[in-house]
Design a binder for this molecule. Structure first.
Ligand code: ATP
Length: 439
């Protein structure tokens, strides 16, 4: 079977909209730059992806979850360094007013938008945090920020989680949540947006053990992406040669997106930078008392794993989205080969014809399967057309109720990937699907 695997981003954007995965934000008003809405299938896929991460990261002995508020005390962002350092160098074209990141363009070349020469302003630092006002009075004391990362909500809760959950090092805190960055050059669909979701985990460790923690988390996180179905040849490691001020080692997992290789997840050894800063700014003692080491008091080191949920979803969609030419024109098809546990719809139930005899058992089956899975019920068009529609959204199982069902109490289950059809007894369909697709 030959496959055309490298779809363009434009194809994916069109397919996502056409099949209800992702829509432009506020589309009827002309859209809002770099903001996207998850449609009915997108929200299912994204929830499944988050669930996969949550299970992998928190259904363990050593990690707890939190869900911190998006708005935090403004001093958090002073302590973290975001107020002073979370900036990108920005230039404007004086002629067409376009904005660019100075580190992304050749400042001696003409403006790529209008072609003017020598039209750029001097680079100036632009803070990427969105600010807003808290409470009814607008003054500087009421200024708060939309968090630019979820990590700080974890750091400030370190003492709460450690004491309430009676944790000993090493242990981790995981969180999934929205983050906001006023990116100068957003783009490439949901790769870089101004509002996005992160899935982050901070693993608190004894100082000196960061190298082994890094090895462990590099392996676990790499394997998680493979288990979600991403092709190995589209993944690579990137070691940071220039480290951020808080890090003593950093690696990224990059994915080969349609626009090129890009960071999907960062795995960073952050030392005790964050806890030290919060201890200093909050004047609270954040030391850990190590009962296994003579009650020594110290600030734990931190190993962070940080993956963008939307970026990861873009990788999953890019990887799954294929046009297949099996050599038989009848069978040419577009298919989203999602891992079944991630697929937005698990099963489509299709009565062969719109007749009460067939619709009765078909809806009874639908009601039963819906207790466990998201399903679709489809009566429109030929069975072949209905299969194609489900292939295009990646539904692993299509179940046809036909006239034989009335006598043999069985249905035909067609597998998305092999297109092979099997006859399965009605009362076994649920367990068959659960087992076959590991749901
Ligand atoms: P980049 O270099 O692409 O701007 P970053 O190094 O600033 O990313 P981190 O601060 O390490 O990113 O954030 C962790 C993860 O959050 C990234 O690996 C990415 O998956 C995701 N992420 C960061 N910025 C965005 C964004 N603007 N839109 C979507 N996802 C993002």
């Amino acid at each position: 079977m030959s496959e055309e695997n490298l779809k363009s981003m434009a194809d994916l954007v069109a397919h996502s909209k056409h099949r209800g995965f992702i829509f432009q934000s506020s589309e009827i008003y002309g859209g809002l730059g770099s903001c996207w809405d998850m449609g009915p299938l997108g929200v299912e896929l994204k929830n499944n992806l988050k669930q996969s991460w949550w299970k992998a990261m928190t259904y363990r002995d050593d990690i707890d979850g939190v869900d911190a508020a998006i708005l935090m005390h403004p001093t958090v962002w002073k302590a973290s360094g975001h107020v002073d350092n979370f900036t990108d160098p920005l230039v404007d074209c004086k002629v067409c007013k376009s904005r660019f990141r100075a580190d992304n363009i050749d400042l001696n070349a003409p403006c790529s938008n209008c072609g003017s020469k020598d039209s750029f302003t001097e680079p100036r630092n632009f803070n990427l945090m969105f600010s807003t006002q808290m409470g009814p009075v607008e003054d500087t004391s009421s200024k708060v920020y939309l968090r630019p990362e979820t990590a700080q909500g974890i750091f400030v809760n370190f003492p709460n989680v450690q004491t309430t959950m009676r944790r000993k090092l090493p242990f981790g805190i995981a969180q999934i949540g929205k983050a906001f960055r006023n990116e100068i050059t957003p783009g490439n669909f949901i790769f870089r947006t101004r509002e996005f979701e992160q899935m982050e985990m901070q693993y608190f460790i004894k100082p000196g053990t960061q190298a082994e923690a890094m090895e462990m988390w590099k392996e676990l996180r790499w394997n998680w992406h493979l288990e979600n179905g991403l092709r190995k040849e589209r993944l690579q490691w990137k070691k940071h040669e220039q480290l951020a001020h808080y890090a003593d080692a950093a690696f990224d997992i990059e994915y080969q997106f349609a626009h090129g290789w890009g960071e999907m997840e960062g795995i960073h050894s952050r030392t005790d930078f964050d806890l030290k800063q919060h201890q200093e700014y909050s004047k609270k003692n954040l030391n850990y008392v190590d009962q296994l080491d003579g009650n020594k008091k110290y600030l734990p080191y931190v190993l962070e794993t940080s993956v963008g949920c939307d970026r990861c979803m873009l990788a999953i969609m890019s990887d799954a989205y294929r046009t297949e030419f099996p050599g038989d024109a009848e069978k040419e098809r577009v298919v989203m080969r999602f891992k079944p546990s991630l697929a937005p719809i698990k099963a489509a139930i299709m009565p062969l014809m719109k007749k009460p005899d067939l619709e009765g058992p078909a809806t009874a089956l639908l009601r039963d399967l819906q207790k466990d899975f998201k399903c679709e019920y489809d009566t429109a068009g030929s069975i072949g057309k209905r299969y194609r529609r489900q292939d295009e959204i990646g539904t692993p199982a299509c179940i046809t109720v036909d006239f034989d069902t009335l006598t043999d109490h069985s249905v035909t289950v067609r597998d998305r990937d092999t297109m092979v059809q099997e006859r399965v007894a009605l009362d076994k369909v649920k367990s068959y699907i659960k087992e076959k697709f590991s749901l």
